[in-house]
Design a protein around this ligand. Structure first.
Ligand code: NAD
Length: 499
């Protein structure tokens, strides 16, 4: 059986903890590899490698650090097909979507290539008599990232791109479900000229994450995953004096106003609800038509569009989406479909029981559509994270703004309308971090930043963009005066002022 190991100090390092996890091919349902799960001692070995490498890396001038990222971009593009296929073979998303996963991460690396400009500080000449003040942003040292299964290319790059550009060394703890692409990314960074030890991949699970949160040499941890775990990571990391950003789950709504271009909205909603089998934190699993006429017309068009979806293996170029990630996750989604029926929602299309010829043991689920879902239902309140779309009907724009605003999650939301007034009011008032106006998946571009509100994000700094640079650096402010540079001051026992 193939082993997937750690990558520490620029080389593959075999696990010694005796613990491992199974890595499946979701298309066949078979175990295809075993991933080592690190102990606290193995993590410490990676941290020591990172500590040894970090000072030298921080001393490399930012332009030369950026050149490594430029070369990494070239290498990643050259290896795009191989990486996308590897990603699909462990995650299950279709290969074209895996390319998108890698591309969105690469865009953050492109942003990070601007690090010489991004790290420029502030300077005030003559803040007082003969006194100048400057502020610089310095790297934190060794930092870590813990990533979820659903974007094994993009999310590691969201984190290590800016962190390494800023002069930190990085420990990546990827999801144990699809751990191969993160290792390939680290290998390519080494090939691009990154010194050994600056980027390390430590495979692991909950125990490894706890060791990261307790390790005294790790100064900051970026986490992306489900909300309960994000919240506990936030709390445990803070208790150990670390800077933490912890992004959680989601339940994104698509609001359809009566004046929307319905055909366009349906095309957008179906892609956003079922792409990647709904396993995206920016998926659109809830649609809210405003008014009965809108609901009737929308439902008819949705049924037709969903019935035409093709579910297939990841390598099927005609497939709209592939299998879900694991048998356990498939069973959880099926449980939610049953719960939706039990709590009185109307199951318009039932995706359970799909069997793909030749892949009967793969983790496939057909698309499901519920109508007449209400805000008190458990299946509405919780994240399903599968190919299930729920229609929640609203009578007014006011009601439609209230649904996502009152929901425990506040990651993304979209409104479909031709009215600038309505869209503007919606965007201003809705209590959600990322808003799309006739844009179904409003993941911000790399030079803005990504972050949800409420239980979707336990952090005050977002991922990537300027926030990413702030997260991975700390400000040092120097106030200086030189002899002869201004009037000599007398001994004083009063707090200094610039009177
Ligand atoms: P998960 O929370 O199960 O796992 C995320 C990471 O945490 C993994 O690396 C895992 O090994 C680790 N982990 C698991 N249990 C842990 C524990 N008890 N303590 C500490 N660490 C633990 O999430 P997942 O199933 O891999 O990913 C799907 C979830 O991630 C969904 O809820 C999705 O909405 C969310 N997500 C959020 C964003 C965002 O930016 N807000 C982006 C992608 C995914």
């Amino acid at each position: 059986m193939r082993r997937i190991e750690h990558f520490i100090g620029g080389a593959a390092v075999a696990g010694t903890s005796g613990r491992h996890g199974d890595v499946f091919d979701p298309n066949t349902g078979q175990v295809q590899a075993r991933v080592s799960l690190a102990s606290a001692d193995e993590l410490d070995r990676a941290v020591q490698a990172a500590v040894a490498a970090q000072r030298g890396w921080a001393a490399v001038n930012p332009q030369r650090r950026a050149r490594v990222l430029f070369e990494f971009k070239r290498l990643l593009e050259a290896h795009m097909d191989e990486l996308a296929e590897l990603l699909s073979s462990e995650h299950g998303k279709v290969v074209a979507d895996s390319r998108g996963d890698l591309q969105r991460g690469l865009e953050v690396v492109e942003f990070s290539c601007g690090i010489p400009h991004l790290l420029k500080g502030e300077y005030t000449q003559g803040a007082g008599p003969g006194i100048d003040v400057y502020s610089a942003r310095q790297p934190l040292g060794v930092v870590a990232g813990v990533t979820p299964f659903n974007f094994p290319g993009m999310i590691p790059m969201w984190m290590f791109g800016p962190a390494i550009a800023c002069g930190n060394a990085f420990i990546l703890k990827p999801s144990e479900r699809d751990p191969s692409v993160p290792v390939r990314l680290a290998e390519l960074m080494l090939e691009a000229g990154l010194p050994p030890g600056v980027l390390n991949v430590v495979q692991g699970d909950k125990d490894t994450v706890e060791a990261i949160l307790r390790h005294p040499e790790i100064k900051a941890v970026s986490f992306v995953g489900s909300s309960d775990i994000a919240q506990s990571v936030y709390a445990l990391g803070a208790a150990h004096g670390k800077r933490i950003q912890a992004m959680g789950g989601a339940k994104n709504h698509g609001i359809v106003l009566p004046d929307a271009d319905l055909d366009q909205a349906v095309a957008d909603i179906v892609g956003a609800a079922f792409g990647s089998a709904g396993e995206r934190c920016m998926a659109l699993p809830v649609v809210v038509p405003v008014g009965e006429d809108t609901a009737a017309a929308l439902r008819g068009k949705l049924v037709a569009a969903i019935a035409a979806l093709r579910v297939g293996v990841s390598t099927d170029p005609q497939a709209h989406y592939g299998p879900v990630v694991s048998a356990a996750h498939k069973a959880k989604i099926e449980g939610y479909i049953q719960a939706g029926l039990d709590e009185g929602a109307e199951l318009v299309l039932d995706g359970r029981g799909l069997s793909l010829s030749g892949h009967e043991r793969g983790f496939f689920l057909g698309p499901s559509l519920f109508d007449h879902v209400t805000a008190d239902m458990r299946t509405y309140r919780e994240e399903i994270f599968g190919p299930v779309l729920q229609i929640v009907r609203a009578d007014t724009l006011e009601e439609a703004i209230g649904l996502p605003s009152r929901h425990q999650y506040g990651n993304g939301v979209a409104v479909f309308t031709r009215s600038g007034d309505a869209a503007r009011e919606f965007a201003e008032r809705v209590e959600v971090g990322m808003v799309g106006i006739n844009v179904p998946i409003p993941v911000p571009v790399a030079y803005h930043s990504f972050g949800g509100w409420k239980r979707s994000g336990f952090a005050d700094l977002n991922q990537y963009g300027q926030d990413g640079v702030r997260f991975y650096t700390r400000t040092k402010t120097v106030t200086q005066r030189w002899p002869g540079g201004g009037a000599a001051s007398e001994q004083s026992f009063v707090i200094p002022t610039m009177r």
